[in-house]
Design a protein around this ligand. Structure first.
Ligand SMILES: Cc1cc2nc3c(=O)[nH]c(=O)nc-3n(C[C@H](O)[C@H](O)[C@H](O)COP(=O)(O)OP(=O)(O)OC[C@H]3O[C@@H](n4cnc5c(N)ncnc54)[C@H](O)[C@@H]3O)c2cc1C
Length: 382
């Protein structure tokens, strides 16, 4: 494994982190977090900067980078942009909407959807969770029934990131609820199809600048041409998508962890108590050393996952370990950063309490930490 950066990757990091710091409008992030505001202009700037096309082929408007280069660029986005809701939304669309379409879509589907997702004309969401099917995802009840020319979908999806704003859903439904995983099929569903009712954006603990919500499907007709992959192959599409999502959806959160560490060091070098800067106290310094260890461990896991996928290797185990490591370490680092900031860390002004609230979402979506441990154990033959 060689994780040395090329000159182009260093230049791309500089360019994207500078773009995120200077061109994305985040001066009012505290208020936007409190009021659940998504900024369309920032989304469009990300699209114009080519962030949705990083790993997409040129024929669809992308720049065709390797995954490791894409991960570096999205990490730079997270380093420069403190809006974790926006950066999660960018990663969510990239990894769990565009990637499945790229990997499993027909030429027609790719030509129809990818250019518009990449250039910002459309937004996408990945809809799988249901009221009675969360961790046990293939127990889903959303029903697809065959009809002339396609399928009729009925059911409900919940907790879906970007659902209130999306133009396109990669959505999973079952043709045969008694068949478990073998009954599941993936569909590309246009959000303006009659019968789709979106719930109002829901309140949540963190990631508040990324709207999320429910989708109800009442006799929604989906043409046969919008089946993603083959009928009945939804479970394998879901699993393949999850390997990418679990590994890489945290690329920007890795950048957030790096920014948070730099800010925490700066604070510890500046804040004085008892006649010296607090960083000189061993307990504070040790806490920051632990933050650095967690960041570099998380980074190694994520880069290795990207390297494995770039080599064409099976990264299922690495993806579960990456997801577990990065998500849990982001929570732990956020908590340590709050401790270093003392009482001010508990207030919105430092941004670290928001980081903590944002980070907690990561141990839940794309499979909880328990589910990642189950996967790791199963892959170890337990
Ligand atoms: C911020 C956020 C964003 C999300 N974005 C999306 C999205 O874009 N699209 C989408 O479809 N969904 C999304 N979700 C939903 C998310 O994927 C689910 O919440 C998650 O899979 C857990 O399902 P659940 O909430 O039903 O919890 P449950 O499955 O009911 O789990 C409850 C608890 O039981 C534990 N548990 C359950 N089964 C097992 C088991 N077999 N072994 C051990 N422990 C177990 C869990 O670990 C958890 O602690 C999002 C959720 C959040 C919080």
């Amino acid at each position: 494994m060689d994780f040395s950066w090329t000159k182009e990757e260093v230049a791309l990091w500089d360019e994207i982190s500078q773009f995120a710091r200077t061109e994305l409008h985040n001066d009012d992030l505290i208020e936007r977090d409190q009021q659940y505001v998504f900024v369309e202009a920032n989304w469009q700037k990300c699209a114009a900067k080519g962030l949705f096309g990083l790993a997409m082929p040129a024929e669809y408007g992308g720049s065709g980078h390797k995954l490791i280069t894409t991960v570096h660029a999205l990490e730079a986005l997270g380093y420069g942009c403190p809006d974790n809701g926006l950066t999660l939304a960018v990663n969510g669309q990239t990894w769990s909407v565009q990637m499945p379409i790229l990997k499993f879509g027909t030429d027609e589907q790719k030509r129809k959807y990818l250019p518009k997702l990449i250039d910002g004309s459309w937004k996408g969401a990945h809809a799988v969770t249901e009221p009675e099917a969360g961790s046990d995802v293939f127990a889903m009840a959303t029903r697809a029934q065959k009809t002339e020319g396609g399928y009729i979908l009925n059911g409900q999806k919940i907790l879906v990131g970007m659902a209130p704003l999306a133009d396109v859903y990669v959505l999973f439904a079952t043709l045969n609820p008694t068949a478990g995983r073998w009954g599941v099929t993936a569909f590309i569903v246009d959000a303006n199809t009659p019968g789709i009712v979106r719930g109002a954006p829901g309140e949540k603990m963190g990631l508040r600048t990324e709207p999320f919500g429910d989708i109800t499907l009442n006799d929604v007709f989906v043409p046969r041409s919008n089946v993603l992959g083959r009928e009945g192959s939804g479970a394998s599409i879901f699993n393949a998508s999850m390997t990418l999502e679990r590994s890489f959806i945290f690329s920007s959160h890795l950048g957030s962890m790096a920014r948070q560490l730099d800010d925490t060091i700066a604070y510890a070098n500046h804040r004085k108590q008892g006649g010296q800067t607090i960083g000189k106290y061993q307990s504070v310094a040790n806490r920051i050393a632990n933050m650095k260890l967690r960041l570099e461990t998380a980074r190694s896991f994520l880069y290795k996952a990207a390297w494995m996928v770039d080599q064409g290797m099976d990264a299922t185990l690495q993806a579960a370990m990456t997801k577990l490591t990065v998500s849990e370490f982001f929570v732990e680092n956020s908590l340590d950063s709050i401790r270093v900031h003392g009482g001010r860390g508990y207030l919105p002004e430092t941004g670290v309490e928001r980081d903590l609230r944002d980070a907690v979402g990561g141990v839940l979506y794309a499979g909880t930490s328990d589910i990642q441990r189950n996967l790791i154990a199963a892959l170890l033959g337990l």
